[in-house]
Ligand binder design. Structure first.
Ligand code: NAD
Length: 422
């Protein structure tokens, strides 16, 4: 089946992020001055930096680190390596991080970074060189008390290890708390790798209770089979859900009887894609969103559910493991159609929550057991879901606006209490 990508026709996600904020600010009747402050990022750094490639020629890459708001604590947010990274995308992602940290009530502001690069075209040595030089370029902004990067699309624990080492080399001693999502051997946290998916599954538990749709037996379609998507597939299969479809950037696979996530992951590890998995039909990345299922988990990129395809979404619950997969027009269409959306800033906040635990452990040089981590995560995700759902019921707004209202109110309170300097 043909594959087309709706991102091309989709709106600018920075405009989307601002529109989502505006809707919450309106509902909260937020002071106009505060609106002007929270509507834009506080700091934006653009860096153009050279990397010597394996054949000896020098390439210049462009990257960004943006801090949206640091009223509640140091900026926190991932680093993305992707050929389509733009400054507006990083702005939107940094703003979403501010709200995400506030919605789960952890003491961080929001930040994000990105480099315009297709890392799949780099050798390991080139990737390390790019990472070390990018870290050096953004080092005026980052630090365990100022701004703490983490993995995002196409970055992983190894990239975080290089970032931590580079930053530490500059200072002359080891500073594990400068990034999270590190390997366990150098100050990473147990449970971090699974945290985003685990947190999403905790919110799905709550949604399934609210809507009376048991997870056991629920049919699940997952777009994106990376860290968030593949582990969500595993955890949901453990709950008895039937994973009917999964996809990655090359396309998707579909089997109404269910796919075994362990076997799909093994296939992907061997072939680099889920495509071609034996015993499954192929499905495109747009079709996967519209399949007959109870739960849809977008776990790839932004702007996947738009005004064009929202009327055709058949799932009863959309659990946004990805950041920004749904446009505001689509949100309204889904809400009117009775589709329950667990918004990104709530659904995928498990990742940043366990990043917070990692940072706390690094600062204390005292490491927790995995069961303590998962219990604390569960407690935080449940509390966040309950406060957002209660807000949604109280004001008759969809879960996204409710999540924004909870988050924006917390950030607004912190900003107001601190006052305007000077
Ligand atoms: P990842 O790089 O591990 O996986 C991304 C997956 O999406 C890959 O399988 C890739 O092939 C697929 N993909 C890329 N383009 C696609 C397309 N056009 N259509 C379908 N699939 C496509 O990244 P990840 O860490 O799993 O992140 C996925 C999403 O989750 C992103 O939106 C990210 O911001 C969000 N997120 C991740 C974390 C985390 O801790 N990993 C935390 C919060 C949010």
């Amino acid at each position: 089946m043909a594959s087309s990508n709706p991102v091309a026709e989709a709106p600018n996600i920075w405009a989307v992020a601002q529109a989502q904020f505006d809707a919450a600010a309106e509902q909260l009747d937020l002071d106009p001055g505060l609106r002007r402050v929270l509507r834009v990022p506080q700091r934006e750094l653009t860096v153009n930096f050279p990397v010597t490639m394996d054949d000896g020629h020098v390439e210049v890459f462009t990257g960004y680190r943006i801090q949206h708001n640091v009223s509640r604590g140091p900026a926190k947010g991932g680093i993305r390596y992707h050929q389509d990274v733009t400054r507006d995308e990083v702005r939107a992602l940094s703003m979403w991080m501010t709200w995400k940290c506030a919605v789960v009530n952890i003491p961080y502001g929001g930040g994000k970074g990105g480099v315009i690069v297709d890392p799949k075209k780099l050798s390991m040595r080139e990737l390390e060189g790019l990472t070390r030089r990018f870290t050096t370029e953004i080092s005026p902004l980052i630090g365990p008390d100022r701004d703490i990067p983490a993995p995002d699309v196409n970055t992983n624990a190894q990239v975080m290890a290089w970032m931590m080492d580079t930053f530490s080399m500059h200072r002359g001693y080891t500073i594990p708390g400068v990034v999270t999502g590190k390997p366990i051997a150098i100050g990473g946290s147990l449970g971090r790798n699974e945290a985003t998916a685990r947190g999403a599954v905790y919110t799905l538990h709550q949604a399934s209770r609210t809507l009376d749709i048991p997870l056991a037996g629920a049919r699940v379609s997952i777009q994106g089979y990376g860290n968030a998507g593949s582990i969500a597939a595993d955890l949901l299969a453990d709950e008895g859900a039937v994973i009917v479809a999964v996809s990655d950037s090359s396309g998707g696979i579909y089997n109404t009887k269910g796919l075994d996530p362990a076997r799909v992951s093994a296939w992907k590890a061997e072939h680099g894609t889920v495509v071609g998995f034996p015993g499954a039909d192929s499905v495109s990345n747009t079709e996967i969103l519209e399949l007959d299922c109870e739960i849809l988990v977008p776990a790839a990129l932004e702007n996947q559910i738009t005004a064009q395809n929202a009327p055709r979404i058949q799932a009863r619950i959309v659990a946004e493991a990805a950041n920004g997969p749904t446009t505001p027009e689509a949100d309204q269409i889904l809400y009117d159609r009775g589709v329950f959306v667990i918004p990104d800033i709530l659904c995928n906040a498990g990742g940043v929550t366990v990043s917070y635990f990692e940072w706390v452990q690094d600062m204390q040089s005292f490491f927790w057991t995995e069961s303590r981590i998962n219990e604390s995560l569960h407690e935080i995700m449940d509390r966040a879901f309950e406060s957002v759902h209660a807000m949604s019921e109280r004001h008759s707004v969809h879960m996204r606006t409710a999540a924004y209202m909870v988050a924006v109110a917390r950030v607004a309170e912190a900003t107001t209490l601190r006052g305007l300097y000077p």
